[in-house]
Ligand binder design. Sequence first.
Ligand code: DGL
Length: 269
Amino acid sequence: MKDRPIGVFDSGVGGLTCAKELLNLVPDENMIYLGDTARMPYGVNTKETLARYTNDDVNFLQRKGVKLVVAACGTVSSNVPAAQIQNLSVPFIDVITPTVAAAAKATKNKRIGIIATPATVKSGNFATRLKMIDKDIQTVSNGCPQLVTLVQEGYIDEDNFITNSVCREYLAPIKAFGVDTLILGCTHFPIISKIIQNIMGDDVTLIDSGYETALEVKNTLARLNLDRDKPRDRVEYYVTSQPEEFDKVANIFLGDNSGAKAILTDIKD
Ligand code: DGL
């Protein structure tokens, strides 16, 4: 069991924000990454559709023999509880739990912003979970679907005019609320965290859901005694369409030497 890879999935490149940290934080672990690019964006779908997609994604990873599955996707994490995944036979980690814990710890003025997909914001999950930690925390949320597409298509340079304009528009109500902490509740967003930080200002702490989740994976592997004790020899990336587009963003984001080369796959049985 210890030797098996970790499975990570998202609708596209967003889960790389978690995968990148995992490559550093658990340097011996093998990894199978799945981006369901044929059906992205996930964040505009109903809970029923998201449950169906999640089942397909998890089953694909389980067929690949993973020892743990990471839903590196805020939309899935906030809309599909593990109980709705059939035949789940390995530990399942979502992005909500570690992200809200980090945000609640970071805030001083108890005003936290959440930017995510429309489906995540509609679920109210981040806001509810923050209130459960501290009832005095006040939140403001905004669904930012255009950012997913911009990131997925590689509009990620710090000075990209379009992405900066769209971010300014989406972040205006969050800034107006006077938050001191901002949750990047969609895993696509840490890829453009410099743009977001520039707009929000240095006084606002950004909480990267990908990073927090990778830390949770590291701790879970240690707690369950599942960590691999041999050097890494395998990292595979799978997508359900447009592998070249995925590679373009992956190689910028992971670093030019990552050699990420996505394999086109069908995830159905
Ligand atoms: N990166 C995902 C998330 O964290 C999915 C974005 C999308 O496909 O809409 O929500």
